[in-house]
Design a protein around this ligand. Structure first.
Ligand SMILES: NC(=O)C1=CN([C@@H]2O[C@H](COP(=O)(O)OP(=O)(O)OC[C@H]3O[C@@H](n4cnc5c(N)ncnc54)[C@H](O)[C@@H]3O)[C@@H](O)[C@H]2O)C=CC1
Ligand SMILES: C[N+](C)(C)CC(=O)CC(=O)[O-]
Length: 491
């Protein structure tokens, strides 16, 4: 199946979709009458290239081709996925759908980024309405994985399944809503919070900065990892959700929120809010703020990945799906040539791996080598299931040589040799490269342990056999330069 996405409307959101598809290996065609569209998408892409490839622990596929088209017909003909991201005006969107109907392929899925319109409003009057679904993303689309997929009875199961499959394949989470409603689910929350915030500023209760602090220092970061209901379940203490509801349910009838209507957007209110926002953050450009936002998102999402939780768990699953294309294996049976060092890592240096010297920081070399050791362990059979049964390896000694520097966003690969594998011992040699350039070596001695006694113990027979097999195959290679080296400072 070809992978061609047509992006109709390449502004903030269309640019984000373009980057998400492109960096996941799709060819992307953009149609946008704005003469500045190419520049703007270029800038969004710069930010996306900086942040997305290093979000996960496995390299993304090769980037697709990006092209700009003056005619809608040219952009959409032959496209598998069409993403409409024109401004939020129903008349304009309906005009675009009438045009799309003429030129798109009959089996293409058409997703709309609309924040508020229902899919039936977009499908209305269209002979090909069954091809149209809402695929509502969140800014920045290239980093945030949620896409609300809203469908109607006009959409076949095949179209719905295809929509979910494509969205998942580019590392996103399709939240399928079968019942359409204005603004879907997530934007209902955003509007409620936004409305409260507008009143609080208008009535002089809090400034824009105080409101942002109330969110980012408190419930915002909490929501990011556990959402609303799980957070409140925990807040109910040992008695959980029922206790929480008994304690705080009555407040709802007060209610704490008094300001249910929307404040009028008078010039005075717009100036008040824009003025406070300028005072708060006017010293930074929007692009600068985007990069700060992206650095923070990547750091937080990668932290969740270490816990295999929330967006991090989703990214870990996406990484798994990319392993084959990246040349990574999880079993000795899948190694094509046993005589060569094993590829144990193919990734991009993430944003949060760099330091004040502007390059990958020393502790991350060990992090990368440790991940390669984990993969080698899995390859010989010491995988999660084996570890859960009570056996594993502990590292007893490590020697890392930092040979050349590498920067965030650059691709690295690690190749691993088994120097010795017998009984309880596993002696590994990792080499880290960017292309042909050797960046670092890692030499590690590990001991097999019984996780109950926490003492060294022989591994299961199949693990030792696999280790011996790899060690024997690698023994035919010339000894690596630097093997067994100590720092060797004169005394
Ligand atoms: N900005 C946001 O935070 C989010 C916006 N959305 C939705 O995404 C859609 C687009 O919003 P933004 O990207 O923010 O707007 P935007 O104003 O940044 O971009 C819209 C783009 O569409 C282009 N355009 C206008 N008429 C067109 C036409 N007939 N054919 C092709 N392109 C055309 C414009 O030149 C512009 O580049 C809206 O439906 C919005 O509700 C969804 C999620 C978040
Ligand atoms: C403000 N907004 C309604 C356009 C926001 C969205 O639709 C989603 C987002 O990215 O917050």
């Amino acid at each position: 199946m070809s992978k061609i996405a047509a992006i109709i409307g390449g502004g903030v959101i269309g640019g984000g979709w373009a980057a998400r598809f492109l960096l996941n290996g799709w060819d992307v065609r953009v149609f946008d009458p704005d003469p500045e569209a190419e520049r703007k998408i270029g800038e969004v892409l710069d930010n996306a290239r900086r942040s997305l490839p290093g979000l996960g622990n496995v390299a993304l596929p090769d980037e697709g081709r990006l092209s700009f088209h003056a005619e809608l017909a040219e952009a959409v003909s032959g496209a598998d996925w069409i993403q409409e991201s024109v401004p939020e005006r129903l008349d304009l969107k309906q005009k675009v759908y009438a045009e799309l109907e003429k030129y798109c392929d009959a089996d293409a899925v058409i997703g709309s980024s609309t924040s508020g319109f229902k899919p039936s409003e977009l499908q209305k009057g269209r002979g090909n309405g069954g091809q149209i679904v809402v695929a509502h993303p969140f800014n920045p689309v290239y980093l945030l994985p949620l896409a609300e997929v809203v469908t109607t009875a006009a959409n076949s199961q095949q179209v719905i399944a295809r929509a979910k499959e494509v969205i998942s394949s580019i590392g996103m989470y399709p939240l399928h809503l079968k019942n359409e409603i204005d603004a879907h689910v997530a934007d209902r929350f955003l509007e409620a919070v936004w409305r409260e915030a507008l009143w609080l500023v208008k009535d002089g209760i809090a400034t824009t900065e105080e409101i942002d602090n109330a969110i980012r220092y408190g419930f915002g970061i909490r929501w990011a990892q556990m959402g609303l209901f799980d957070t409140y379940r925990v807040a109910g203490g040992e008695a959980g959700m029922k206790h929480f509801m008994a304690q705080f349910g009555p407040c709802l009838t007060s209610p704490w929120t008094k300001l249910m209507d929307v404040p009028e957007f008078t010039d005075e209110l717009v100036d008040l809010i824009a003025g406070q926002s300028d005072a708060q953050s006017g010293h930074m450009s929007i692009r600068e703020m985007e990069r700060i936002r992206d650095d923070n998102l990547v750091g937080m999402m990668r932290a969740l990945g270490a816990n295999d939780w929330g967006t991090g768990a989703l990214q870990n699953a996406h990484d798994k799906s990319l392993e084959g294309e990246a040349g990574l294996v999880s079993s000795i049976d899948d190694i094509a040539d046993l005589s060569q060092p094993v590829l144990t890592q193919s990734r991009v240096v993430p944003l949060d791996w760099t330091d004040y010297n502007g390059h990958m920081t020393e502790s991350r070399y060990l992090d990368a080598f440790a991940q390669s050791t984990d993969r080698l362990m899995a390859i010989i059979g010491c995988d999660a299931e084996y570890i859960a049964s009570g056996g594993s390896y502990f590292t007893a000694e490590t020697h890392i040589r930092h040979i050349d520097e590498v920067h965030a966003g650059h691709p690295i690969q690690i190749k691993t040799r088994v120097i010795m594998g017998a009984g309880k011992k596993m002696h590994l040699w990792h080499e880290m490269y960017e292309g042909d350039r050797l960046l670092a070596t890692g030499e590690h001695m590990l001991l097999h342990v019984d996780l109950k006694t926490r003492r060294s113990a022989p591994p299961a027979a199949h693990i030792e056999a696999n280790l011996v097999k790899l060690a024997a195959a690698h023994a035919a290679l010339a000894a690596p330069d630097g093997l067994g080296r100590a720092i060797g400072a004169p005394r």
